[in-house]
Design a protein around this ligand. Structure first.
Ligand SMILES: [Zn+2]
Length: 460
């Protein structure tokens, strides 16, 4: 007999089931959308495939990028690092030296990233004493033409990546051959913005010019920027100044800058760091004015520094130091890299309040997926969605790590959007719209990328 009570219970069960299946449908739609997006990867340093083919890509090749820093941080000495990265040493003895430090670092996401690559690309479930020989063999076998296409396009679903050709082993700037099927380029003006007495000479050599006074330097810089503006394969400028100094740039008059320049030429021994930064500030502002004029977005490294034992204080890298520049160059797109990790809250406020400040999440998921998850959620709650770019692999030697990073990015974006839908902050359409925006369309728009004859370049 069906009592009133049991029929009410049945009704509730049916309703809950109905809500659950609707929920599941939405979840899988969001997941499928995110997984099928052809990514625009806003930041890589990947070496050309040709260069990779000429190196020994054994097991330890997988440990040449970020994971190195965690291994060193765990206490591995530079001597051991050199030993294990030298392919001429016997594999087993390299493993023996490496294993204790691997055990100490395998909890970090830098390590998990490599393990994910090993699992998905080589079907090696874990990296341990029973698997390293097999993984070594599979890595060696992978070193064939077409590997980049397989990993970046077929597996990672990356349609195009913005390449900062800075990784170890890159040829001189003028001879860089970019693989157009994968990359468009960004350009650094490091010798100019980090100007000191040695760099003045270097610029003279590289540009075949004589720099007697400040205006000579500015003229050369202007010519170089104009070349970039005309070269549509270059889509943005990039600064890595945060590695060497505070990223606060004050107004400096031409006369003050000229004073420092003259001192650099005539009595370099009297130059102090304070003087150098003054001239650098002047040049940086000049460069930004030009970038604004030519409509070239400016990528700026902020936050965490790659490597270990830095001289520079981490607080010098907080994006907040750039605050005075945003109103000064209202048409310049400031692309703030790495979510300014660990200063994500500050960046959120900057991007919320300045129309020309954009958030770039390159490198972030492998630093910390949890920090990325909470930052992305916070930014989606506070910052207009056209200003967030949610993926950049940021690897140099290991295309495999870029693949695994893309998987992690998709996973976190999916989870964040699903959570926001479940909490009824977003509906399904909102979530799908946002996924496409932050993983692809924003980058295409911000960098003005257009496909011509099969390759991407900066549009007119
Ligand atoms: Zn980078």
């Amino acid at each position: 007999m069906i009592t009133k009570f049991s029929s009410a219970l049945l009704l509730i069960t049916l309703m809950v089931g109905c809500i659950d299946s609707k929920k599941n449908g939405t979840h899988s739609k969001i997941r499928q959308t995110v997984d099928s997006i052809q990514l625009v990867d806003t930041h890589e340093h990947l070496i050309p495939e040709k260069m990779r083919l000429s190196t020994t890509t054994d097991f330890f090749h997988l440990f040449k990028d970020y994971i190195r820093n965690d291994l060193l941080s765990s206490g591995m000495g530079k001597d051991i690092e050199q030993y294990i990265l030298n392919a001429e040493n016997p594999l087993d003895s390299r493993w023996t030296k490496f294993a204790p430090y691997w055990q100490k670092t395998r909890n970090t996401t830098y390590a998990r990233n490599i393990m994910l690559a090993a699992k998905d690309l080589f079907e090696v479930e874990d990296i341990n004493e029973n698997t390293y020989r097999l993984l070594n063999q599979k890595m060696l076998e992978s070193n064939k033409p077409g590997w980049y296409n397989y990993v970046l396009k077929e597996k990672a679903g990356i349609e195009v990546a913005l390449l900062d050709p800075l990784a170890y082993g890159y040829p001189q700037d003028s001879t860089i051959q970019i693989q157009k099927e994968f990359f468009v380029r960004v350009k650094r003006f490091s010798d100019f913005i980090s100007i000191d007495k040695d760099r003045i000479r270097k610029i003279e050599q590289n540009t075949n010019s004589v720099l007697n006074e400040l205006d000579d330097l500015l003229n050369v810089l202007d010519i170089e920027i104009e070349k970039v503006a005309k070269n549509h394969e270059i889509v943005a400028l990039k600064s890595g100044h945060a590695y060497s100094r505070a990223i606060r740039y004050e107004d400096v008059t031409h006369a003050e800058a000229e004073n420092v320049f003259n001192k650099m030429i005539n009595s370099p021994q009297q130059i102090e760091f304070r003087d150098e930064t003054k001239l650098q500030d002047f040049i940086m502002l000049h460069l930004m004015r030009k970038a604004e004029y030519y409509n070239l977005p400016f990528q700026i490294h902020t936050g965490i520094l790659a490597g270990t034992s830095h001289q520079n204080n981490i607080s010098n890298t907080n994006a907040i130091h750039l605050s005075n520049l945003f109103p000064k160059f209202p048409q310049l797109k400031f692309i703030i890299f790495h979510g300014s990790y660990p200063y994500m809250a500050e960046l959120g406020v900057l991007a919320k309040t300045h129309p020309n400040v954009y958030i770039d999440m390159s490198w972030m998921y492998v630093i910390s997926p949890e920090a990325s998850r909470s930052a992305l959620k916070e930014w989606l709650l506070t910052v207009p969605s056209n200003k967030i770019m949610a993926f950049g692999g940021d690897y140099g030697q290991t295309v495999e790590a870029t693949y695994a990073h893309a998987v992690m990015a998709r996973r976190i974006v999916t989870e964040v959007l699903i959570e926001m839908v479940d909490k009824e902050y977003l509906n399904e359409q909102d979530a799908i719209y946002l996924a496409k925006r932050i993983l692809r369309e924003n980058a295409l728009e911000i960098y003005n990328l257009e496909k011509k004859e099969g390759y991407y370049a900066r549009g007119e």
